[in-house]
Design a protein around this ligand. Structure first.
Ligand code: MN
Length: 292
């Protein structure tokens, strides 16, 4: 296998708020060169770096909004999020958990800090990633995969290096629980100081990592501190990370869909006409109803 080299190391861009509950750095598609085309099938990555929210009786979050044509993957590192949608589904994810929502044909939902977490206040640290759907799956009925931490695939690294948690895809034949509509690997590497792990993905896959905590070295050459994002070139399969201190790293790799992208706010389809149809379907009630 050939080494996959670094294309760019990106510091966290300035924060903005999504609603009043998500204080995020938008890496994809906000930062050059992380466009939806370059990162295909990853459409969007909002990163709420660790931030303390003070106690409140009125949970912060983002109100009712639609989605169509892709999947939203919420990964919680600390804090708790509650979710409700227009088809009566709801759930809570906390530290180490993932909510994988296939919005596909469309729904309305709202995302808030969970009540008790909001009341106590605390550190909030999470990622929301949007994964595109192949056109033939864009209009299937919505579905959910609530994945608790104990369901993750686990690979124990040798020499007390730490643990690899597989959300989707596989690592050393350990499979992640999430099912996907195209090849997508999402992996958390939780490394002890000095811990080492190498990753191999087909060179065609668009591949990146985000340092959630700590500091790592990539391919024994580049230091990457917390909250920084690494985009890899498509020039090889394998890269290696070493933890300079106790670290958590999110690794993402996906096979590009190579389909036209028509994106407007919460809708990602293949043509402008399909975006227009999404607006019409929201106003005619096809996404259901949900109270704020
Ligand atoms: Mn949403």
């Amino acid at each position: 296998m050939k080494t996959r080299t670094i294309e760019k190391i990106l510091p966290p861009p300035p924060v903005h708020f999504v609603g009043d509950g998500f204080r995020v750095h938008n890496f994809i598609p906000g930062v050059h060169p992380l466009s939806m085309q370059r990162m295909d099938p990853f459409l969007m990555l909002d990163y709420n770096s660790k931030y303390y929210f003070s106690p409140t009786d009125r949970p912060r979050g983002v109100g009712v909004h639609p989605h169509r044509g892709f999947e939203t993957v919420s990964i919680a590192y600390s804090g708790r999020i509650a979710h409700h949608d227009s088809f009566g589904n709801s759930g809570v994810i906390g530290e180490g958990d993932v909510q994988w929502m296939t919005a596909s044909s469309g729904l309305l939902h709202k995302e808030y800090h969970e009540k008790e977490f909001a009341r106590n206040g605390g550190d909030f640290h999470m990622v929301q990633l949007w994964v595109n759907l192949p056109s033939r799956f864009k209009m299937i009925p919505p579905k959910y995969q609530p994945i608790t931490n104990d369901q993750m695939g686990r690979y124990i690294l040798p020499h007390d290096g730490g643990i690899i948690e597989v959300i989707s895809g596989d690592y050393e034949r350990v499979k992640g629980p999430a099912s996907t509509f195209s090849p997508v690997s999402l992996i958390n590497a939780k490394l002890n100081q000095g811990g080492k792990a190498s990753f191999g993905f087909p060179s065609v896959n668009n591949t990146a990592l985000l340092v959630i905590e700590g500091e790592i070295q990539v391919n024994v050459t580049d230091n990457v501190p917390a909250d920084h994002f690494v985009l890899f070139r498509n020039d090889g399969e394998q890269f290696e990370i070493t933890a300079k201190e106790k670290s958590v790293v999110l690794i993402m790799s996906g096979e590009p869909l190579r389909e036209p992208i028509a994106a407007h706010g919460p809708f990602v389809m293949n043509t402008r006409a399909e975006i227009q149809q999404a607006f019409e379907d929201v106003s005619s009630g096809k996404f259901g109803h949900l109270d704020d």
